[in-house]
Design a protein around this ligand. Structure first.
Ligand SMILES: Nc1ncnc2c1ncn2[C@@H]1O[C@H](COP(=O)(O)OP(=O)(O)O)[C@@H](O)[C@H]1O
Ligand SMILES: [Mg+2]
Length: 139
């Protein structure tokens, strides 16, 4: 049914549920699982006095988020991707590059705004993805 599944994570509990769901689907269908994390480009945050004095180590944070996934699901058939850019762009581009046939995202992520059931990433990905999109209701 599915050959390649891509799931996005920002390291949040909600996204972790989406990863778990995607892995379950991958196991059932024999698909390969790709787990992608998008980190912001440097210069997207303001410096002092409004932002941090030291630049946020986004790459290191991203690596540790993906290492956590690998550790948690050790032994599972999965591959991790770390890419720079807006999450919705990174997810859509990775889906195109890798020729995936299913994209999985959580309905919420890190921000988890109570007012909205759907975050901007699933909203945007659903408009632009080259394949079927599954929005896991995690919250
Ligand atoms: N930086 C990211 N990299 C990869 N996937 C992401 C990223 N941010 C969000 N996602 C995906 O999108 C889902 C919804 O997140 P988002 O729209 O950012 O909601 P929120 O506004 O609550 O942060 C997450 O559960 C995750 O699957
Ligand atoms: Mg977010």
């Amino acid at each position: 049914m599915f050959k390649k599944i891509l799931v996005g994570t920002d390291g949040s509990d909600s996204a972790a549920k989406a990863v778990e769901h995607a892995l379950g689907l991958a196991k059932k269908t024999g698909a390969e699982l790709l787990v992608v994390h998008a980190y912001p480009s440097p210069g997207q945050e303001s410096g002092p006095p409004f932002g941090p004095a030291e630049p946020t180590p986004y790459v290191e944070i991203g690596k540790s988020i993906l290492q956590d996934v690998e550790r948690r699901f050790a032994g599972a058939k999965l591959r991790t991707l770390l890419r720079e850019g807006a999450p919705e762009d990174v997810i859509v581009e990775a889906a195109e590059d890798e020729g995936v046939d299913l994209v999985v995202v959580g309905n919420r992520g890190m921000a988890g705004t109570k007012r909205f059931l759907l975050g901007s990433v699933p909203n945007r990905v659903s408009h632009h993805a080259p394949c079927t999109v599954l929005i896991v209701h995690t919250t």
